[in-house]
Design a protein around this ligand. Structure first.
Ligand code: FCB
Length: 389
């Protein structure tokens, strides 16, 4: 048995659009309505977590978990530019209170991939008012975040800059770029948005504030070290370097990929690929936390804000997570300052246009909304209670 440091946070994560349902007013909903021809499924009612969040959080609390990560939905909080919904803010305040009452530390993401349609109509992150608009929204969010201890400004800016960069290319009449890198311009705007919002959130709430970066656990292939360094900077380190100024950094890791002369090598088809088509690499999390420490430095604590596997075989989920946690424990043993582990995801949810990749510790019947805990939920709860794997 390997123990984790005292006070280590044990939880699971979700994001508003993936679980709430009927987020009628954001860019993803809009895309889902028009992109069926391209195989994009709709979120619809999702898991109705907008109403069932108490039940969701109890699933964790009853089993001894100590944290829950969820996100605020900007399009509900600011349905029209400058028009803020007190009722939506109150809703998220109730979620924070519920987490606390149940003994769960709320880890709150201010922006997780979605934005209001009016923001989209103005050009999204390339609109010259984007940073100011995000700041105004974050200021309103502060009115309910006063006693929250962990705030993530923007989830995976490096992935957001890839997906929005891809959409931009399609809008310009170009094909969606294969194995795309983040769009540099969008990435720069996200960095600017984080750099103005983070100090404000820190000052008004007293929370630890940071952002969560997708870590691809990239490795160099022989002779391609220079290309590797270039790609790693563009896709990851540029965003991790920003975290040097923060109170913590969120690490999100699922798999690992080599870099060759042409860039990142696509995952080869393999029997043990996950339902995302990603290589089965539980060791990626160890590479990810070490690399993050190397870039960000030893003084900025790390929170694993996402790690998990899309599989319909729950034993495999347990095996993957066991190996990933052993990696975290080994890194901690070598001095990497990891403060907690939030599994992706609590629920089988809407995986951005697809319902098939199931990441949840809990299955959900989408007709009745009944929650069906998988053995992995009990197993990870037991790890949390023992604080050891
Ligand atoms: C991350 C996202 C999260 C989820 C997982 C699988 O990129 O932050 O919402 O989709 O991947």
């Amino acid at each position: 048995m390997t123990s984790f440091p005292e006070g280590f946070l044990w939880g699971a994560a979700t994001a508003a659009h993936q679980v709430e349902g009927n987020n009628l007013n954001n860019d993803w909903w809009r895309l889902e309505q028009v992109a069926a021809d391209y195989g994009v499924q709709a979120s619809g009612d999702a898991l109705d977590s907008y109403h069932r969040y108490h039940e969701d959080m109890r699933l964790l609390a009853d089993r001894g978990f100590t944290a829950y990560r969820f996100s605020l939905e900007w399009s509900r909080i600011e349905p029209l530019p400058g028009q803020f919904s007190r009722a939506a803010l109150d809703h998220y305040r109730r979620m924070i209170d519920t987490a606390r009452e149940l003994g769960l530390e709320p880890v709150v993401t201010v922006h997780h991939f979605t934005h209001p349609v009016w923001f989209d109509d103005r050009g999204a992150w390339l609109w010259d008012g984007a940073v100011d608009a995000f700041m105004r929204y974050a200021e309103q969010a502060c009115t309910i975040l006063g006693d929250v201890h962990w705030i993530i400004t923007i989830n995976e800016p490096n992935v957001l800059a890839i997906t929005h960069g891809g959409q931009r290319q399609v809008a310009l009449g170009n094909p969606y770029p294969r194995n795309a890198l983040p769009d540099q311009e969008i990435g720069d705007v996200l960095i600017a948005a984080h750099r103005v919002a983070a100090p404000m959130l820190r000052q008004r709430t007293g929370a630890r504030v940071g952002w969560s970066v997708a870590n691809q656990a990239l490795t160099a292939t022989p002779g391609n070290e220079e290309k590797f360094t270039e790609v790693q900077y563009l896709i990851e380190d540029k965003y991790l370097q920003v975290s040097r100024e923060d109170d913590f950094v969120g690490v999100q890791s699922y798999t690992s990929q080599p870099v060759e002369a042409d860039g990142i090598v696509p995952h080869p088809v393999a029997d043990d690929n996950t339902l995302m088509g990603w290589a089965y690499r539980p060791d990626a999390l160890g590479i990810a936390v070490r690399h993050t420490r190397d870039v960000v430095g030893p003084d900025v604590p790390i929170l694993v804000t996402e790690n998990g596997i899309a599989t319909d075989d729950d034993e495999r989920r347990i095996a993957y997570t066991t190996a990933a946690l052993e990696e975290v424990a080994a890194a901690i043993g070598q001095g990497v300052n990891v403060r907690g582990y939030l599994h992706w995801s609590l629920l089988d949810n809407f995986e951005w246009g697809h319902w098939a990749p199931t990441f949840g510790l809990v299955a959900v019947n989408r007709e009745t909304f009944a929650r069906h805990p998988k053995p992995s939920l009990d197993w990870l709860g037991e790890v949390a209670r023992r604080n050891a794997v």
